[in-house]
Design a binder for this molecule. Structure first.
Ligand SMILES: [Zn+2]
Length: 265
């Protein structure tokens, strides 16, 4: 009898373990698929639409775009549709190297209002060089501040950077580098994001997509016209922690119109 019970116990243990490992295998393949795309080689941006079957990557409203200033439509409304409601001590949660970019995640709380809707700040990350170009000019760096509404709509603010003098805020961001691929560093410190924005906050806006798979469309894009200034060293330090040229190429504008929102001139 005892033998029988032991046998049963062993059998149960084996089936439990094998079941667990097959789940793990599934999870692995899922993860492998999620990180399949890259910025170079056979899984580079020009192949995303074919390799990411259920994505919007082959859609008609994709990002980034080249913004041609003379073709933009000036905004005539008196009131700015964008209201940045960040607190002076935004809570920075963690820094992640996700293999595509260096990303800083925020704790939930800070938000913006855009055209009457509220979008919560999720994270910021970097592209080197920039994804959006203005009049064909590509900048050394682009920062994306990603926001999401309660109904899962995205609003992304883009800040372009050119090289010049040091930025204190970037010194702070980069104090968490280097971060190895797939590594996360816990931060849990407050941060004043107001110094991240250019002095002149005129911005271009248009409807586009996420610039990485699944390239989800219906994203409100706001690209600040004036770049901020960071040092060459600061650009190089970020660059050395990210894949080379982690930007998607320019997407066709199709029938979209880019608006130039001017409120502080
Ligand atoms: Zn981005």
């Amino acid at each position: 009898m005892l033998k029988f019970i032991t046998l049963c116990a062993i059998f149960t243990l084996i089936s439990f373990t094998s079941c667990k490992s097959s789940n793990k295998e599934k999870e692995f393949h899922k993860k492998e698929h999620q990180t399949h795309w890259t910025y170079a080689g056979e899984t580079a941006p020009e192949h995303w639409a074919e390799i990411e079957k259920n994505s919007d990557c082959g859609g008609k409203k994709q990002s980034p775009i080249n913004i041609i200033d003379v073709d933009t439509k000036p905004q005539v409304e008196k009131e700015n549709p964008l209201n940045i409601l960040y607190s002076p001590s935004t809570k920075l949660k963690q820094a992640i190297n996700n293999g595509h970019s260096i990303q800083f995640d925020f704790e939930t709380g800070d938000s913006i209002q855009y055209k009457g809707n509220t979008y919560f700040l999720l994270q910021l990350h970097f592209h080197e060089p920039s994804e959006h170009t203005i009049n064909g000019v590509r900048f050394p760096l682009e920062i994306h501040l990603v926001h999401k509404s309660k109904s899962n709509k995205y609003t992304v603010m883009s800040i372009l950077a050119k090289e010049g003098t040091k930025s204190q805020l970037f010194e702070f961001f980069e104090s968490f580098l280097p971060i190895k691929e797939k590594e996360t560093k816990e931060i849990h410190k407050p941060l004043d994001l107001s110094t991240l924005f250019p002095e002149n906050t005129n911005f271009y806006s248009y409807g586009g997509s996420l610039t990485t798979p699944p390239c989800t469309e219906s994203v409100n894009w706001m690209v600040f016209k004036e770049p901020i200034i960071i040092s060459v060293d600061e650009v190089l330090k970020l660059k050395s922690n990210m894949p080379k040229d982690n930007y998607r190429n320019e997407q066709p504008l199709n029938d979209r119109v880019v608006t130039l929102n001017k409120y502080n001139e």
